[in-house]
Write a protein that binds this ligand. Sequence first.
Ligand code: G1P
Ligand code: ZN
Length: 544
Amino acid sequence: MPAVLTIATTPYYDQKPGTSGLRKRVPVFRQHNYLENFVQAIFDSIDAPAGATLALGGDGRYYNREAIQIILKMAAANGFGRVLVGAGGILSTPAASCVIRKYATFGGIILSASHNPGGPDGDFGIKYNTANGGPAPEKITESIFECSRQISQYRIIDAPDVALDSIAEHTIGKMAVSVIDPVADYADLMESLFDFSAIRALLAGGFRIKFDAMHAVNGPYAREIFINRLGAPEDSLMNCTPLPDFGNGHPDPNLTYARELVDILYGEHAPDFGAASDGDGDRNMILGRHFFVTPSDSLAILTANAKLVPGYRAGLAGVARSMPTSAAADRVAKELGIPCYETPTGWKFFGNLMDADKVTLCGEESFGTGSSHIREKDGLWAVLFWLNIIAARKQSVEAVTREHWAHFGRNVYSRHDYEAIPTEAANSVMKHLKDSFGSLPGQKLGSYTVDVCDDFSYTDPVDNSVSTGQGIRVIFTDGSRIVFRLSGTGTEGATLRVYLEAYDPDIANHHLDAQVALSELIVIAGQLSELKARTGREQPTVIT
Ligand code: G1P
Ligand code: ZN
């Protein structure tokens, strides 16, 4: 039996999990004992019973394989009975959530920095998900951080690496390692929710799709679902071979980083439907021919059309959106007579609502949509949901969206990101905004009048936990909004996000480009925040 080693270590003081786990540059993770400390802090916090089962996998980015081997040996030394690990060390974030739930594991560790670039100098990340398949709540992430600050030793087994490339059973010490097919369970779950025969018929009838996996984890999942199970032609896929550095790309499915796909969908002879997903497969972008669907609209449209999808035909318990996400879904919920919840940014806040059966669908403006089928957002799920709607309605993406706006009005929406600005400059913008709260309400700014401004705080209706400081809202009397928030996932300086939303019921304006329709609010946001003067930035880094 290989030896269990107890290794002395000293804390790193920067292991605070952010919006979605701990994310740092690869060289930071490669520091002596850095990963080991954090993994031990997870194990010390979660208090798993001896013999418990853990799910493990990652998005295949640089350092994934090495990290998997270390975690397996540490899990064995910490008394786990079995680890289910995706072959090749791969599990997309939604597939990991699916595996945790399907096999009722105690929890899971997911290695990913989501949409952040990878490679030797790119980002790496690690997060812990609980038995419901969702990201650990703040109570646990705070305890992990505390443990990481006090750590003095970690446990690891002195054993050779496990062969991960084929599906097989292995052991490390007394612990079983089951190398599982990373795709099959997830693909089965998708097939149980959507009308695959209607989608197959749509594709056989000449409806052309293009799916861009951005060289990230969803490639094999897309191949199994679109090609093998739905019969789509091979040229429906692009960038579907996963690479550890994502082909030097930035695997974030939006109009800036998924430019290659956007150009195809806006070009001549464009396919009917385009979609992309991110590094770990939980984000999605939906495009029609020469048409882009904002994630906020997408959530509203999925909600309005859920009855067309077998898995949701019975109706929705409710819908939830993160605070900066537009209120388009609220209008649908109102008409359907179902509750709509507004939560802080980050998927972890949806978990309690889904566990308590208060919501079925949820989404964020940051290209995340999902449902209670798992406890993570789910990129391919959103793509299949759209294809199911199109197969049932026999309309284009654009026609479905325009009909939606005609009925509910349009919540024109855009997010402006200012990335990698000095932390002090970003903090000064936020402080300046907070300092002006008192004088803003009632002020007329151009054609808008300020109604309320606050720093969003949320009381979880299930466990009554309170999360404060979740973003500054300036809400105008007509329901239009500007939200200012600092990112919790960046790894360089601070990222300031400015979210802009204007409601327009008038169909005569629905053809307008969002930046044009929002131009007045954009100017107001600049004035209120003094962003240019305080950060020196003239333009956002990314507009979505
Ligand atoms: C960003 C998004 C947020 C999402 C998170 C994880 O977090 O804004 O909606 O849940 O990534 O994908 P942020 O960097 O804004 O804290
Ligand atoms: Zn992601």
